[in-house]
Design a protein around this ligand. Structure first.
Ligand SMILES: C[S@@+](CC[C@H](N)C(=O)[O-])C[C@H]1O[C@@H](n2cnc3c(N)ncnc32)[C@H](O)[C@@H]1O
Length: 480
């Protein structure tokens, strides 16, 4: 969109807001922040104090299933929309409005983005640059397309192709708010926190929420640490309020949550260094078991760990499940105020995989329970974990140092640069977790030291059974 059209669309949108009854504090302005890669944004034209209203929006001027069902032309589609997952129903509603030449929402639709960088729009070549990041498996493009075919195509909304459906569904993911329904509204909500897949959801307490597109509120950009405004749903009108003083010229920012950059990119199509402290890397139980069940591991301290038999592995995994510490994947994070890099659950899984037979039996028969973190974070657990996390790091095609050089060289396409930021951030988390694992110093006294599980390959190089003490049952070692 050229300069004039962009500005004209903003002005038409602001006039429309005024006409329909949105009250805007004259101390705020909508600015063209494209030069900073931010699209439009809201900026303080004069300073605000804490808890001032920036703008307020009557609830009937929000686009959601309640307001759409209130309009006559949507009644025919009411049943069809009610049967859909909420994010799809809102997608259908937006597409249907876009088809109507006299749509009440036209000035709002005109300021929604035409192109997004959310991961669903990336080509396979672009996605490959995320390397071993698990975010690639979370995009859900094919699943969304099945939903489009099942629910949207039969509505005959117009000549939409799958990219157009994705565009609107992605706008909803990046722009919609989950707000409490009027009768139950008691609390503030942030933009689109949690998956935007519930139109009216019961969160288990007495509060129902409704997925809504809220004009103007969704023009606020975000920062997890520098945010200074929040949408309040306590009163009759929805109110955007400051949560701290804002100086003249400062951008007014919302909070989309403390997301790892992988999720920021997947859902919102951008990344910034500001979110680096929330990066997450994942290690899967299948990586752990495939390594511990298959090979004799050389540990960094010079010792070795023999593989577990299939049956032994299964027994220990079942026990981890029973103890409530088994997950398909474990998150690794930057250690800090919120806790360590390696979760208690992952340490507990490793402990159960490395525990000696007697103590394993004691837990199986419930004679003892899992000890505290400081006791299970043994040196052996740390050594093995460090090796496994390093294996995980090797699944990425480049090293963190190579990524840093690429970034320093600069001149990269935008998506390549964002992919490098994500994968480099994950490698940094993995490095931190390795260092933490090396610091584990709990005594190895209950571990499989001085015992070795039976191995199938107990034949010597000449094919004859060995007679040395390593295959004597009483001297078998798993850790030596
Ligand atoms: C709710 S909208 C905010 C308004 C948006 N700037 C616009 O012009 O429509 C969310 C989108 O704004 C952009 N955005 C928000 N915060 C950002 C930030 N801190 N850095 C870069 N882009 C951001 C992303 O494209 C995101 O998907």
């Amino acid at each position: 969109m050229d300069e004039d059209n962009f500005q004209a669309a903003t002005e038409a949108f602001l006039s429309w807001l005024e006409e329909i009854g949105v009250r805007i504090n004259p101390k705020m302005v909508v600015k063209d922040l494209r030069s900073k890669g931010l699209g439009r944004g809201v900026v303080a034209a004069a300073s605000f104090e804490e808890d001032e209203i920036i703008f307020s929006i009557p609830r009937n001027l929000v686009l959601n299933m309640n307001t759409i069902f209130a309009s006559d032309n949507a009644n025919s589609g009411r049943e069809a929309l009610a049967s859909m997952p909420p994010w799809l129903a809102l997608t259908a509603a937006l597409l249907s409005e876009a088809q109507q030449p006299n749509s009440k929402w036209a000035p709002y639709l005109a300021v929604l983005p035409k192109n997004l960088d959310s991961l669903v729009f990336w080509s396979d070549t672009e996605l490959a640059q995320l390397q071993a990041s698990t975010v690639v498996g979370k995009i859900g493009r094919a699943g969304a397309e099945e939903m489009f075919s099942k629910y949207l195509v039969p509505l005959g909304l117009g000549e939409y192709n799958s990219d157009m459906y994705h565009r609107v569904a992605s706008i909803i993911m990046a722009y919609a708010f989950d707000i409490p329904e009027e009768s139950t509204s008691k609390q503030d909500t942030g933009v689109a926190e949690g998956e935007a897949d519930d139109l009216v959801s019961d969160d288990g307490e007495d509060e129902k929420t409704i997925l809504s597109m809220i004009p103007l509120a969704d023009l606020l950009n975000a920062d997890a640490d520098r945010n200074n405004a929040r949408l309040c749903c306590d009163n009759e009108d929805l109110e955007m309020r400051t949560i701290k003083p804002i100086s003249e010229g400062q951008e007014i920012l919302n909070d989309y949550g403390q997301l790892p950059r992988s999720d920021l990119l997947r859902r919102y199509g951008y990344v910034t260094e500001d979110y680096s402290s929330y990066d997450v890397a994942e290690i899967s139980t299948s990586l752990v078991t495939s390594v511990l069940g298959a090979e004799r591991l050389s540990l960094p301290n010079g010792s070795h760990l023999d593989p577990l038999s299939h049956g032994d592995l299964e027994k220990r995994i079942n026990l981890a499940d029973r103890e409530g510490v088994l997950d398909e994947t474990y998150d690794l994070v930057h250690s800090g105020q919120d806790g360590p890099a390696v979760s208690d659950e992952l340490i507990a899984l490793m402990y159960l995989l490395l525990l000696d037979e007697d103590n394993l039996e004691a837990i199986i028969t419930a004679k003892t329970s899992l000890p505290s973190r400081s006791k299970i974070a043994t040196e052996l657990v740390g050594q093995v974990l460090a090796v496994l996390i390093q294996r995980r790091e090797h699944e990425y095609a480049t090293t963190m140092e190579e990524d840093e050089k690429l970034m320093l060289a600069g001149n990269l396409p935008k998506r390549t640069e964002m992919a490098i930021q994500v994968r480099r951030g994950e490698k940094k988390v993995l490095r931190g977790a390795v260092n933490e694992a090396f610091s584990f110093s709990g005594a190895n006294k209950r571990m499989r030291i001085g015992q070795e599980s039976p191995r199938n390959d107990s034949k010597g190089a000449n094919g004859r059974k060995q007679t040395d003490d390593t295959c004597h049952p009483t001297k078998k070692r798993r850790f030596n």
